[in-house]
Ligand binder design. Structure first.
Ligand SMILES: *Cc1c(COP(=O)(O)O)cnc(C)c1O
Length: 387
């Protein structure tokens, strides 16, 4: 058995890098031509496999990549990624030697951590690249940009002191929108605050090479927020909206991931039989049930018990009873032509993902990240499938 066959023997995620390329080209054409393209590949590229996706994006001409944690960046550097990498997560001074060794640019949102990075850089005669994060309303990380004048003066001075720390090179300034898909008013306010901070710092003598603000929806909906760089996450993976997917979109994005599972058993059970733990479903008729080797440990959320349907040859197959850790039962009674062990069910694809997200009470961001480490990724690249 080949590695590819083994990977596709139970439950696997097909990652179509040709669709990633398709999305990249669409998004590149939307982004202001003078702005840089940053591809967000944190969290294993939203579950799609960060090494393969990062290599493809680098080949396609992405200018930057972003990760959430230094180890994610190290993994990319060890696998042939040479374009700039920005670590968006909170700076951990203990990891300063690694930022230098692997040439990872670190987001910095407070003076204390910056000082600790600087102390390391200075003591070892090195330079660490940083992007200054401004909190314009997300209240997560960054120098909080206040409303009153004295506050602005004080914060600008603190940022300036950070930029001037020895051993640090502050080449970027950025913020993150809290409600780009919900509140144009608040988003514009956040953008105004960032520009204001930039102007304050410029007047004090510090110019940043790259100012950036917009993630996926920010780029799509706010051309004024493109600035020097767009940070593309979910849209790259093929969804124009984290709730409705591509339902209301004319962009033509193509979802990159399809999660599949191979039926292990087909069972004929009588009316009245109860299905799975807790007996939450009772068969109303004599039925044909298929067992799928996928459970919540693979990324099929347990909250989808009795509340979701997978597809077999485009026919809907409702999930019956509770999703178990490693298995799920589905109703295949009405599938034309019948099903047999070995047939493949599509668990998530571009059409099902928004439904899964809605029924699970979450967003597509979380759904695409759900397939766990146990689920092999197989890649389609230039029409060829590989592991
Ligand atoms: C995750 C993240 C992004 C990407 O967000 P999408 O909505 O997926 O495009 C961009 N910027 C920051 C700071 C992030 O944390």
């Amino acid at each position: 058995m080949t590695d590819l066959e083994l990977s596709m023997s139970r439950t696997w995620a097909e990652i179509n890098l040709d669709e990633l390329a398709h999305n990249f080209r669409i998004l590149r054409s939307i982004l202001n031509p003078s702005a840089k393209f940053l591809a967000v590949v944190k969290a294993n590229a939203y579950g799609h496999g960060s090494i393969h996706c990062a290599r493809k994006l680098q080949d396609l001409g992405a200018d930057w990549l972003a990760v959430a944690a230094i180890p994610e960046g190290i993994e990319l550097r060890k696998n042939g990624i040479h374009i700039p990498i920005l670590c968006l997560g909170q700076a951990d001074p203990n990891l300063a030697p690694l930022m230098f060794e692997y040439n990872i640019t670190q987001a910095v949102g407070d003076f204390q951590n910056a000082k600790a990075l600087s102390d390391y850089a200075q003591s070892s005669d090195r330079t660490i690249n940083i992007h200054i994060k401004i909190d314009t309303g997300m209240s997560r990380t960054g120098f909080y940009w206040p409303e009153n004048h004295e506050g602005k003066d004080r914060t600008a001075r603190e940022i300036l002191d950070t930029c001037n720390l020895p051993g640090l090179k502050a080449e970027g300034l950025f913020t993150h929108f809290a409600a780009a898909d919900e509140s144009p008013e608040f988003t514009r306010l956040q953008l105004r605050r960032l520009i204001e901070a930039k102007d304050y710092l410029s007047r004090s003598g510090h110019e940043f090479g790259i100012t950036h603000a917009a993630a996926s929806i920010g780029v799509l909906d706010y051309p004024a927020a493109h600035l020097d760089m767009g940070r593309f996450g979910l849209v790259l993976y093929g969804y124009a909206s984290t709730e409705t997917g591509n339902e209301d979109s004319t962009l033509g994005l193509h979802p990159v991931m399809t999660l599949k599972s191979r039926i292990t058993a087909v069972r004929h059970l009588p009316a009245g039989a109860t299905i799975s733990y807790g007996r939450t479903y009772t068969l109303k008729r004599d039925s044909v049930i298929a067992v799928l080797p996928i459970g919540y440990a693979d990324g099929l959320h347990r909250v989808l018990s009795n509340n979701y349907g997978v597809k077999i040859r485009d026919a809907a197959c409702p999930v019956l009873g509770r999703v178990c850790m490693d298995m799920t039962m589905i109703d295949v009674t009405d599938i034309p032509g019948g099903v047999k062990a070995g047939d493949v069910a599509t668990v998530f694809d571009g059409e099902l993902m928004p439904i899964a997200a809605k029924n699970a009470g979450t967003i597509i961001h979380e759904m695409v990240c759900a397939p766990s480490g146990r689920v092999p990724r197989v890649y389609i690249n230039n029409g060829t499938m590989t592991v």
